[in-house]
Design a binder for this molecule. Sequence first.
Ligand code: ATP
Ligand code: MG
Length: 446
Amino acid sequence: MALNIKRPNGMEDVVPKNVHKWHTVEKIARDTAESFGFGEIRIPTFESTDLFLRSVGETTDVVQKEMYTVMAKESKFTLRPEGTAGSIRAMLQNGLLNEALPQRVYYILSCFRHERPQAGRLREFHQFGLEMAGSSSPAADAEVISLADTLLKRLGLKNIELYINSIGCPSCRAKYHEALHSYFENRKDELCDTCLDRLEKNPMRILDCKSPVCQEIGKDAPLILDYLCEECSNHFESLKKYLTRLGIEYKVNPRIVRGLDYYTKTVFEFVTTEIGAQGTVCGGGRYDGLIEQLGGQSVPALGFAMGIERLLLVMDKQGCDYLAPKKCDIYFATMGENALEKAMELSKSLRGFGYFAEYDMMGRGLKAQMKYANKIGAMFTVVLGDNELSDGKVRLKEMEKGTETVIALDDKFASSFEEIYFNKIMDVMEEETGNDNLLSFMGGNK
Ligand code: ATP
Ligand code: MG
């Protein structure tokens, strides 16, 4: 019977043969964040709708068009469309901001947005993101951008451009809003309905509109950089100086305003042109007013989020390396019930040493078992039957070269295996690098 229930549009499954790609990004992301002093935070999948209304902003696409909201009993909840609001809520609720500052958290989580599904744009997608709270210094902005840059490089990505901008603080933005308002007021008749509403409430949002007509009109709009107050302007200059010192290439793009309302001063994006229209792999910036807006103290903060699916699209496209998926170290081909039981026992002890051991559970004949071992790429195989059991020894076969070593079926089996396994790894190292020094091999031996 055909399965007539399919997964919802705009969502994806990850099957085991592809999950190593996710593990690669997750591991390198965690290691990088932790080396910058960030700790992982885990937050609920949905939050009170009000949290997103208050933080993401009522005039944003996310709030106006993309949220999945449900009434559950008497309360209104929304599946998180991003991770910042929930993370800040959790930092406040758990008193993290009363501890030593800066507080630094990172997360890897799924987000939900009702958008039109296309390459790089899903309805459930995943983000690696982080937030740093407590520092208003541009050194913090440089640190966060440097973390993103380090991660993208550690993943092996190339040709990703960093664009930075400053969208000022509420005081410089008031003047800018006035200038934008009068600019767009003159071309009011051409704006889309959503932007007409934005014109009165938050004209800067028009610059982030996806409609081609509004984008065209926006091209000649006044630039925020011309309206920055002295403090914001100095902040931006220091950031640029620090990025240069860190050897991080950037371009100032005065048109970046970011899709969410809570940003102040620095905003940035890492963009590639290699995966089509949805090329922003990372977006972030400073949001000095957000914590207070959510009912906390006035604490400056900043962060970014990367779309993991988009990262993987670029990594695939560029042929980046992934951490190798785990393969079977030793496969027991068994004949008869006694051999099966022995294989169970040996596998249990080998797994205790951390090896990936497997034996037949399909009742296959010997030939079919060996074929299976080949198919899964087992490094070693052992044939186990009544003869081997009565002799008390087996032949361990290294599959690539076909060499065999006899080892005893005693309680030292796992450590005998370990020795042979280790020699095999040394051989591979020598072949690959011409060097049998394990430490230099592990250090990269470049
Ligand atoms: P866009 O302009 O592409 O809609 P955004 O400004 O809405 O992006 P953010 O809210 O800043 O995106 O999210 C941070 C990152 O999450 C994006 O840079 C992108 O990599 C990823 N992302 C956002 N929306 C989606 C989506 N619908 N599907 C896949 N990834 C997404
Ligand atoms: Mg969007």
